[in-house]
Write a protein that binds this ligand. Structure first.
Ligand code: NAP
Length: 238
């Protein structure tokens, strides 16, 4: 049985990914921020899946989780998905705590996830690390300074990670993944309040996204800045 770790698994893309990977007979380890959500998800998913309340801003919590996951054998896939976005406002009026939250979860949280899981993956010489990026990590958008700054940084971080892994001669691969085209989650509703209903749902997005992750990223070992292509949603044979 393959193992996937997904941070931020309570809702949106993370929840959809957890559901789809469980359907494909992966053992899912998901994170939440609240213990109650972790208990609810464990009850919904049942064994062998596990959900832990580990905030992505907590490096010690992630390290403990990595130890537990590693006790089940080599880790196949880590998806650093947990993320937040800011309410659109000009950069010069956005309060410091909003900058800190976006950089803390989206960037430092990703660094924490890399530092928790990569050492064992490198030791096993196996696995794929996917950092959830965004189109707004490659092009700016009005009023989204904190979010864009954090996701642009994720792109640079994962680009360096790819080079570091190559230099170390490791078989582990790393990807900054743009989910592609927008998916109608709570996050999209926050930043596109008028338009989010016109985008595909997480349930419609996830079969194509997981097919793409399994084929292009895991099997074909494509690395660096990538995007779930529209063609992934064409619904070809499994
Ligand atoms: N939706 C899109 O179109 C889109 C486009 C580009 C990129 N993305 C990226 O895809 C990822 C998922 O986005 P989404 O649309 O699914 O967002 P979402 O619906 O708002 O869900 C965000 C998830 O992250 C969790 N989370 C937030 N802060 C956390 C923390 N400190 N520690 C652990 N978990 C935390 C949330 O948990 P709680 O329920 O506890 O808050 C929730 O499970 C994000 O990285 C986002 O930037 C999404």
């Amino acid at each position: 049985m393959k193992t996937v770790v997904i941070t931020g698994a309570t809702r949106g893309l993370g929840r959809a990914l957890a559901t789809e990977f469980a359907r494909r007979e992966y053992r899912v380890f998901g994170t939440t921020r609240k213990a109650g959500d972790a208990r609810d998800l464990e009850a919904d998913f049942g064994p062998p899946h596990r959900f832990h309340a580990v905030d992505s801003t907590d490096p010690a919590g992630l390290a403990k989780l990595a130890e537990e996951v590693g006790s089940f054998g080599p880790i196949d896939l880590v998806i650093a998905n947990a993320g937040v976005i800011n309410t659109r406002k000009p950069a010069w009026v956005i309060p410091r705590d909003v900058w800190e939250l976006n950089l803390g979860v989206n960037l430092q949280g990703m660094i924490n996830t890399i530092q928790a899981f990569l050492p064992a993956m490198i030791e096993a010489d196996h696995g794929t690390f996917v950092g959830m990026s965004s189109g707004w990590g490659r092009a700016p958008s009005r009023g989204l300074g904190p979010y864009c700054a954090s996701k642009f940084a994720v792109e640079g971080l994962i680009g360096c990670l790819v080079l570091d892994l190559a230099e170390a001669g490791s078989a582990v691969t790393a990807v900054a993944l743009d989910p592609g085209g927008g998916v109608n989650t709570d996050m999209l509703a926050d930043c596109l309040p008028e338009e989010h209903g016109g985008f595909r749902s997480a349930e419609d997005w996830v079969p194509g996204a997981v097919r793409y992750i399994e084929t292009a990223l895991v099997r074909d070992r494509v690395q660096g800045s990538q995007e779930v292509p529209e063609s992934a949603h064409d619904g070809g044979p499994e």
